[in-house]
Design a protein around this ligand. Structure first.
Ligand code: N01
Length: 537
């Protein structure tokens, strides 16, 4: 009998990841009659929602839009409890989807794909798992998320720490009990801002190690009323069309006016109203918050004034005051974030002024001194956009490795953010240079999945063996993405969008900023024209 290592599993399509992307991709390809298998490193479905179990983890898109819209029946069967869904509820939802569509038999859990290599002789992808299992498939599809590779900064001495430490994106399944503990948290992005108020309520003392102060706006979460639930379900068809044609997968668009066209009084009224509604309303209140420095400064200054009003200690308030362009890092929404600094058991350490020098057996030493801790929480984010793609050894035609083709991130080139020249029959769901992370992910994921499955259907119906992006189409798309990004303020701020959060990573902005609606139109046009910009053989 052949050993596991000698056997080759032969499939039509391999999908990596069992989050929002992989589950729907599997559903569509199976419906189309393809022998498909999803490989997932985790022990269950959920993707980021499987791993991100940290206290306070919740989504920042409204729940009635942060779900699949491909099935009206599914939409109507599931009921969200509050405006911003908590991680356990989203994970229950994805398990519900997996059960409803009987997806699990075609998902192989606890299996990490380490290598995927294109064979030009057979026109097939040869894949290898961490434990040596070999797979052969015609189509290779990544559904690995844009922010799923944890960034744990290489602080000297971490291994010497005598307490416990966790990264928010790899949280244990069991509850971590902070009662009576001195806790330190590094990082104040979306994860840190959500975890800090919750940990502060439980810990004996919480020390926040902050490198960059952040803008954050109250989420104003609340439980949905029965009436709201009924209304959402009744408007399914309308909602589906609106979010799919929208700028960011949500029923919002930028205001029609410039901030600069309003009088200071009118402006104050508009901004106060947006602040009261909460969430990301401020970002969309005017048309030019993200494109005009002066307009942005007015909105940024408004949020800074709110921080000053909220935080009682003036020195702490000052330390918490950001000075980048609001919205150019992923906008954060919170529940009692700034209020938490008024608690007597919370203190703030500015590690830009006095950087972390090392982790000691007893805690964290900055340039200012040592902080004794029982637990350290790393809310230090992710190697975004390319981290998970580069973790795998993806080898295309002529033995070219994806990481080398993209010069380790310095020269990312894709066509539509879904494919890249030299890697035939490979598709990336929400890859670099797609609009993905600038909006409500499930909506952009659905569009990618549908485009990819329609494309594969087309290839099969027309007896086409391979599809590959043409070099000129790829160059034009990448140039278009860069030119659009340069019309905004995004590129002026260090963030995980630009890769500046990762030591030695080359700075860029591999995201299409033109909005979901226009992007969807472009993809549809390419398909209607017989996959214009691709070589079909
Ligand atoms: O990560 P981040 P995140 N020394 O990169 C700091 C999504 N998400 O996990 O800003 C000291 O935003 C870093 O400092 P700086 C969402 O898209 C969504 O919070 O680089 N500090 C920053 O403060 C989000 O944007 C939800 O100077 C260091 C923090 O760590 C994305 O995931 C919830 C450091 C990292 O912030 C990532 O969010 C959670 C160092 N060496 C996440 N290295 C919701 O839906 C990094 N930092 C609500």
């Amino acid at each position: 009998m052949a050993s596991v290592k000698e056997q080759v599993t032969t499939l039509d399509a391999v999908v990596i990841g069992a989050g929002f992307s992989g589950l729907y991709m599997l559903y569509r390809l199976r419906e189309a009659g393809l022998k498909t298998r999803v490989y997932e490193a985790a022990g269950g479905v959920g993707g980021v929602w499987y791993w991100n179990r940290y206290p306070g983890a919740r989504c920042d898109s409204e729940s009635i839009y942060y779900n699949y819209t491909f099935s009206e029946e599914l939409y109507k069967e599931w009921t969200w409890t509050s405006k911003y869904p908590e991680q356990p509820e989203i994970l229950r939802y994805l398990n519900f989807v997996a059960d409803k569509f009987e997806l699990r038999p075609d998902i192989q859990f606890h299996t990490r794909i380490e290598k995927a290599e294109y064979n030009e002789r057979t026109n097939r992808w040869q894949l290898e798992t961490k434990n040596g299992e070999k797979i052969s498939a015609k189509y290779f599809i990544t559904g690995i998320g844009c922010i799923s590779t944890a960034n744990i900064p290489k602080f000297k001495g971490l291994e010497s720490f005598e307490g416990d430490w966790y990264h928010t994106g790899h949280w244990p399944h069991e509850k971590v009990d902070f009662t009576g503990k001195r806790v330190g948290i590094i990082g104040t992005g979306s994860s840190g801002v959500q975890a800090i108020p919750v940990i502060a309520k439980e810990a004996d003392h919480l020390t926040v190690f902050q490198r960059t102060p952040q803008y954050s706006v109250p989420a104003r979460n609340y439980p949905y009323s029965e009436e709201e639930v009924v209304q959402a379900k009744a408007s399914f068809q309308e909602m589906r069309k609106t979010v799919r044609d929208s700028l960011a997968g949500l029923p919002v668009s930028y205001g029609e006016k410039s901030v600069l066209d309003d009088s200071p009084e009118e402006r104050q009224k508009t901004l106060e109203k947006a602040w009261e509604i909460g969430g990301t309303t401020l970002l969309f209140a005017y048309k030019d918050v993200i494109t005009d420095e002066r307009a942005n400064e007015i909105v940024s200054a408004f949020i800074r004034s709110k921080i000053k009003e909220t935080v009682e200690d003036s020195k702490t308030a000052e330390q918490l005051t950001p000075d980048y362009y609001y919205g150019t890092k992923r906008p954060i929404i919170d529940t009692d974030y700034f209020e938490t600094y008024n608690r007597s058991n919370v203190s703030l350490v500015d590690v830009k002024k006095a950087p972390i020098e090392e982790i000691t057996p007893k805690g964290i030493r900055t340039a200012d001194g040592e902080y004794e801790l029982d637990v350290i929480v790393f809310a230090t984010g992710y190697d975004g956009m390319t981290g998970s793609l580069f973790k795998m050894d993806i080898v295309g035609k002529e033995g070219v490795c994806l990481k080398d083709k993209w010069e380790n991130g310095a020269a990312i080139r894709t066509y539509l953010g879904m494919s890249t020249t030299g890697f035939p029959n490979m598709f990336m769901i929400t890859g670099p240079e797609s609009p993905s992370v600038l909006g409500n992910m499930p909506i952009t994921i659905e569009q990618h999945v549908e485009w990819i499955s329609d494309c594969i259907d087309y290839l099969r119906k027309h007896d086409i063996e391979t599809i590959e992006a043409k070099e000129d189409a790829e160059q034009a798309w990448s140039k278009h993405c860069r030119e659009l990004a340069d019309t905004t303020l995004y590129t002026k701020t260090d963030s995980w969008y630009t890769g500046a959060n990762i030591e030695d990573k080359v700075r860029g902005f591999p995201i299409y900023v033109g909005g979901y609606g226009p992007y969807h139109e472009k993809c549809a046009e390419v398909a209607e024209q017989g996959y214009d910009g691709f070589t079909l053989m």
